[in-house]
Design a protein around this ligand. Structure first.
Ligand SMILES: NC(=O)c1ccc[n+]([C@@H]2O[C@H](COP(=O)([O-])OP(=O)(O)OC[C@H]3O[C@@H](n4cnc5c(N)ncnc54)[C@H](O)[C@@H]3O)[C@@H](O)[C@H]2O)c1
Length: 466
């Protein structure tokens, strides 16, 4: 099998091509441009030069206005708008070879028909460099069906994004039967690097999210049809009950939380009462019942809770719910309105102070690039895990990933240095504001490390993370 997994070391330098300039193509272009990648949008449809120019103009205008909006809402600094949009270039069909021939990853985002996919994938395959990875973005067609259209099926897979691609973290990666697993890793690494959350699923209809949401959405529509509740109330219920819960607990984790037995009995009742098999629980639920895998109460369900402190786990999840309640302004009337202040220690490292002052000076001079390089080189060159970061966003991306893996979310961080070790500490929310330096008047230094919003509790926890 022809396995090519180059540039894994430097996914930040990979050039991205998006075939198709519609909703998904534009979204992918914005996502990668925001992460600093060069992106080519490639139109492989035959059109007149007037039609091409109209599409190019509309795509670039929308990209510009979306990036402006994202800056208005704090996702990127206003000083980065021009350079972000400038990362996106646009190629017509007659010129597509030059757009494709040195792209590292090519996303195919043409309409959802086999014919359009076939033409686009054959074109991508024909002009791609030998190491390029080609990913379809299809939401329904299986990667196995598309694989025959490319010359190197080992380098082909599906990447199902959710709209808007530049905001929704999830990307469902689905390899075909001939995809080299190393290329799944390669794509996942890139996606994680740009702050996405990739999951892998087999070439199965609907992948994960569309399969779940099709059932939920049809059921909501059916309830309108049956007059069960108003449209407004069904949507209120899904936002404040359904969606609210599942932003914190996964569906399977939630079965464990409430108990698989509840789902088992509820499914039996609903099947009978509605006289409809669509509510029947799958065999795995009944088998779990028989095996005593009820969930948290038996310390085993879909997940294994035997080696964790269940109280601590539950408290952590409840804290996340409270944070959500605060965010959506739905705290109970007597709740504490502001989260407890972080415990801040005083600085002890003069080096850190000098570094922060230099950083602030660069920010004052609007020299964001030097400020970032300064921070990343001075502060981030080493840390207890020994990993090097070339830019600050890379460090942020890495930290976010590590925090996600332990079920926490890092929102904003500053960093100080202590001796030869760089020490990262976190507080508040990231939301892009920190790059403009607004919060840096609050910078405090720490002896070893700071407790910020309860994110990191101790040196030993840091050791776990690092
Ligand atoms: N829009 C979504 O919410 C969404 C979500 C997940 C996945 N997707 C998937 O992304 C892919 C693209 O969807 P979209 O919503 O961006 O579509 P779209 O219609 O918005 O854009 C398609 C692009 O392809 C061009 N095009 C039209 N006909 C073509 C042809 N015959 N050959 C080549 N190019 C052609 C169009 O001009 C346009 O630039 C689909 O496979 C879709 O399933 C879309």
């Amino acid at each position: 099998m022809d396995s090519n997994v180059p540039k894994q070391e430097n996914p930040d330098r990979e050039i991205i091509a998006s075939i198709g300039a519609g909703r998904m193509g534009r979204g992918i272009a914005i996502t990668f441009a925001l992460a600093g990648h060069e992106v080519r949008i490639i139109d492989v449809k035959e059109r007149s030069s007037i039609e091409f120019e109209a599409l190019r103009k509309s795509a670039m205008e929308e990209i510009q206005s979306t990036v402006n909006m994202l800056s208005n809402i704090g996702l990127l600094d206003a000083t980065d708008i021009t350079s972000t949009v400038a990362k996106v270039s646009y190629f017509a069909q007659y010129n597509c070879a030059s757009g494709l021939n040195n792209a590292d990853i090519i996303f195919e985002a043409v309409p959802e028909t086999i014919d359009a996919k076939e033409i686009a994938l054959k074109m991508a395959s024909r002009f791609a460099q030998p190491s390029a990875l080609i990913a379809s973005t299809t939401s329904t067609i299986l990667s196995d069906e598309l694989q025959p259209f490319v010359l190197h099926p080992d380098r082909f897979l599906n990447a199902h994004w959710l709209n808007p691609a530049y905001l929704v973290p999830l990307v469902e990666v689905s390899p075909g039967r001939d995809t080299d697993p190393a290329n799944v890793t390669r794509l996942n690494t890139l996606l994680e690097y740009i702050g996405k959350v990739p999951v892998v699923c087999s070439a199965s209809p609907g992948y994960i999210v569309p399969r779940i949401q099709a059932l939920a959405m049809n059921e909501a529509a059916r309830m309108v049809e049956e007059g069960v509740a108003t449209v407004e109330d069904i949507d209120k219920a899904t936002k404040y009950g359904f969606g609210f819960r599942f932003a914190i607990l996964g569906l399977l984790e939630f079965i464990d939380w409430g108990g698989g037995d509840i789902l088992y009995y509820a499914s039996r009742y609903m099947t009978k009462a509605m006289n409809n098999e669509r509510y029947a629980a799958p065999a795995i639920i009944e088998n779990h019942m028989k095996d005593g895998r009820i969930g948290l109460s038996t310390r085993k369900g879909f997940l294994d809770y035997s080696s964790i402190d269940v109280n601590e786990y539950q408290q952590k999840k409840l804290a996340e719910f409270v944070a959500m309640l605060r965010h959506i302004d739905k705290l109970p009337p007597n709740a504490v309105k502001t989260p407890p202040s972080p415990k801040i220690h005083t600085a002890e490292s003069p080096d850190a102070l000098v570094s922060i002052q230099r950083f602030l000076k660069a920010m004052e001079n609007n020299d964001v690039e030097s400020a970032q390089i300064y921070l990343s080189q001075q502060f981030c060159a080493t840390y207890p895990g020994g990993k090097k970061f070339t830019t600050l966003p890379r460090l942020v991306a890495w930290l976010q990933k590590r925090y996600q893996s332990i079920g926490k979310r890092i929102e904003r961080f500053d960093q100080s240095q202590n001796g030869t070790e760089s020490i990262v500490y976190c507080y508040g929310t990231l939301s892009g504001a920190w790059v403009d330096g607004t919060s840096f008047s609050d910078v405090r230094f720490v002896d070893r490390f700071v407790v910020i919003d309860g994110l990191i509790q101790s040196q030993s926890e840091w050791n776990d993370i690092a």
